[in-house]
Design a binder for this molecule. Sequence first.
Ligand code: KE4
Length: 437
Amino acid sequence: MPAKTAQKKAVTTRKSAALLKRAVKLFPGGVNSPVRAFKAVGGKPLFIERAKGSKIFDADGNSYIDYIGSWGPMILGHAHPKVTAALKKALDKGTSYGASTSLEITLAEMVIDAFPSMDMARFVSSGTEATMSAIRLARAYTGRDRIIKFEGCYHGHADSLLVKAGSGAATFGVQDSPGVPSTLAQSTLNAVYNDLESVKSLFESNPDGVACVIVEGAPGNMGVVLPKEGFMHGLRSLSTQYGALLIIDEVMSGFRLCYGGAQKIYKVTPDLTCLGKVIGGGLPVGAFGGRREIMEMLSPSGPVYQAGTLSGNPVAMTAGIETLKLLKAKGAYEKLYKTTDTLYKGIPGIAKKHGVPCQIAVAGSMFTVFFSDRVVHNYNDAKKCDLAAFSKYFTRMLANGIYLPPSQFEAVFVSLAHTKDDVAKTLEAVDRSFKGL
Ligand code: KE4
């Protein structure tokens, strides 16, 4: 329940509850994506009616400072006037042609300019499609079947990747989803994040069998976990040594960490990059891309088939173009980092005051508060966090009008729309929420 408003009007979530009653008859768990169900934190999901800037408003008219930002895409804040205006114009030209447009060229040129490791790209409609297609391409290019991923990393819900996955799969403890054929799951090898030895031993036991290593640019799906010094470079050299491709999944980290993603921050050149979220500005866009010789294996120039009805959709491209234009503007990232820093740096003092053990991991404009007395370096560490404390924290913050991701294994996303007042209100809410946690 959000904080009492100044007018002390009765706060209710009655309309959300009524909508949930209808939704549970229509959708499994009443949702169209599991993490939205609040299952891990108890309580009932809110139904959101509209959003503007840093705020979202539920069906009962309650407003919240939003730190989910649609799980990353809304880095400008909601309904940015320049994005909305461009979309309104685009809509009058029709919504989808199933044919090429200049807009996809414009967005691809912007993406490739930001990611010099990419000679070519292919647009799809989600991050899952991007990673799924990149893996198929890596398997075709190398002629190998096995892939190495990391426990706790999440790359979408393609079968090969739902093996010891993070995000919602971790939240619900189903990292190995039923329905994934064991024959396929056996081709997915899981290493321990931040442990190069675990990667090396998988390569040594499969010396010519690994098609690729796929890793999140800055993991955000076991909560935010930072790569140790040399880890990303180690993945690069091991992949090269064993003839595997290195795929950096920047669906979350791309444009979230900086205008060029984690590979720019960590100075690592992948063979393939996956993107999503921010490049769609809130509309369904994913992309993958990399070296020309690899990408040209894709149909119709090569034999690897991949396709999509709405790939490169003109309306979605418009949202992506406008979003990247505004991110490229002078001072955008400085502002984003300043807001993020002011927010997360205010938390340790409050935690100390209330004797709440917590660790904060920050990557660009996303961060996670781990309820743990030790730094989280991998999924095992993340699983040891005090999940009950997290649930209480989440519920209290919501009651104070702060909308956080409903899982310890997710990230808080800061936007350019979050104001100093939002940060002050959020830290006040943290102070109230940590009391007696
Ligand atoms: P989508 O298919 O959900 O667009 O992207 C999958 C994906 C791929 N790679 C990374 C690094 C991702 O974080 C994601 C999706 N992230 C989750 C949030 N942790 C999406 C939210 C949801 O599942 O509803």
